[in-house]
Design a protein around this ligand. Sequence first.
Ligand code: SAM
Length: 282
Amino acid sequence: MELTNIGTIKRLFEQNGFSFSRSLGQNFLINPSVCPNIAEQGGCGAGICALEIGTGVGVLTRELAARCDKVVAVEIDERLKPILAETLADLDNVEVIFADVMQTDLAAVIAERFGGADTVVCANLPYYITSPVIMKVLEDRLPIKAMTVMVQREAAERICAKPGTRQCGAITYAVNYYSTPKTLFRVNRGSFMPSPNVDSAVIRLDIKSEPPLSDTEEKTLFRVIRAGFSQRRKQLVNPLSAELRLSKTEIAALLDSVGLKPGVRAEELTLEDYINITKKLP
Ligand code: SAM
């Protein structure tokens, strides 16, 4: 069954009374080259297990299953159950968990289902929760090698921007703290059904084995970054003074102690600058 074929998708929908849910970010892939590319470039292969988020009709799920030892997919929409029962029927290495990924203990899923095997996360993410899903996977410190996901092109540009440049945002630093991000390839809006209003890109985050700070310091780091980007065009002393309840003079001295000018703005700092500031805080 060719799951990128529009006729096949329409037949599956009609037979099962299914219609797209815009609020669940259901834009299904109909470009046949995209899913094999995600699976190949996402690190799938013999000895590897894959966790997928959002199956749709199972188009990426099948590509992951063809290459990996085992695939577990988390899908929120139970209306897809009868469709997936048909489209994945011939595969014995796939399990679909019907649940909200944001409410799912992914570490437990990986431990129980994959038992210590090397694991990758691959997904065409629902756009309404792109950043929360990426941050959940990273902050939960899941034991994975890489996360390869389709996101809106603007989100890809922000996530993969070089820290310290105008394109970056708070998420750039968070992602760089836990991983090394890279844009793999672009995907135009016509590759989806229904077609979204924006183009997309597939990015891969290679997970760092040891993030550089302790859990407590990490919380402070993200507090500092979030505060800075809450007023990204203003001088960093202002939001930091408010967030850390220190005077502007004290913040200026803190910045000076890590080699930064008092007039510096949030987006001008490197990740190392933020880490250095965090280490100086009580
Ligand atoms: N993988 C399929 C593809 O590429 O055609 C579907 C991708 S579609 C962009 C996103 C999928 O995520 C949909 O199947 C949607 O129902 C599912 N989804 C949306 N919100 C979710 C959530 N909170 N937890 C799990 N799955 C979710």
